[in-house]
Design a protein around this ligand. Structure first.
Ligand code: F6R
Length: 260
């Protein structure tokens, strides 16, 4: 794992965008994996900035990680809406090539199988953007998820529903279940870029990077992936035992952007 630590979020986002651009360029039919939530927003901002400067992502196919089960499509927190608002439009992606799991399907198991087939049909995901939950989830693979799991319906933990209450009126309004790509699905991505900010993520981050590989912290499965870039602010990195080693190994250019 490459672990970058900096409080310069724009600089972290630039490292992520460099990795994403390089992975997509290497592919004849580029496929990007998208995450929702707060963590990837600086990365989308940086990619959108590059799009304005000429980066062309119109040929990119994109797959979202997850979706709430039963959420009305017009709800602002329906991930189909979130992805459209925060990634598809600002990144100039072609709406016809952007896919989100269907949390409203009558046959959810069938919809999960179809989602896996859709990913496979374009040759798999080249680069996956991830956040991490305070309980160590990636996608919505909660603790105890099989590290070989595929896209499926998952019940959210009380902790995740509390964490996501800020996007709804209250924790009670957060749906109880979701459809998520599995850890096995995520691990097949060519490369992975994970970004985490804040003290509430520090225990999960330490377990992901330095803990044993265990379903207790689903993100720890990323230790088994050969191409993972982790981007952390100082608060998210505070429980890392080898933080100084990572700082010495992976330096973040303290860039100052001038958009004028
Ligand atoms: C979102 C997702 C989740 C989030 C995680 C962190 O599609 O799959 O794993 O990345 O819950 O959420 P934020 O970034 O809002 O703290």
């Amino acid at each position: 794992m490459k672990v970058y630590i900096s409080n310069n979020i724009d600089a972290l986002a630039a490292v992520a965008a460099d990795e994403i651009e390089a992975s997509l360029r290497r592919s004849a039919a580029p496929v990007l994996g998208l995450a929702t939530g707060s963590s990837p927003l600086p990365v989308y901002r940086e990619l959108a900035r590059r799009v304005k400067l000429g980066l062309d992502l119109t040929e990119v196919t994109a797959f979202a990680l997850d979706e709430y089960v039963g959420i009305p499509v017009e709800h602002p927190q329906c991930y189909a809406q979130v992805i459209r608002r925060e990634a598809q439009i600002p990144l100039g992606l072609d709406a016809a090539r952007v896919f989100v799991p269907n949390g409203r399907a009558t046959d959810l198991s069938e919809a999960c199988v179809e989602y896996e087939k859709a990913i496979a049909s374009v040759g798999g995901i080249d680069v996956q953007i991830l956040g991490i939950g305070s309980d160590g989830h990636i996608g919505f693979n909660e603790p105890s998820s099989s590290l070989a799991s595929r896209t499926r319906v998952v019940a959210l933990t009380a902790e995740t529903r509390r964490d996501n209450a800020r996007f709804f009126g209250s924790a009670d309004e957060v749906p109880t279940t979701c459809v998520t790509q599995g850890i096995g699905t995520i691990r097949e991505s060519g490369s992975i870029v994970l970004i985490a900010q804040g003290r509430t993520k520090s225990a999960a981050v330490a377990a992901m990077v330095e803990g044993p590989v265990s379903a207790v912290c689903p993100a720890s499965a990323l230790q088994l992936h050969p191409k993972v870039t982790i981007l952390l602010d100082e608060q998210a990195a505070v429980e890392l035992r080898f933080a100084d080693y990572y700082r010495a190994s992976y330096t973040v250019a303290e860039l100052v952007q001038d958009d004028s």
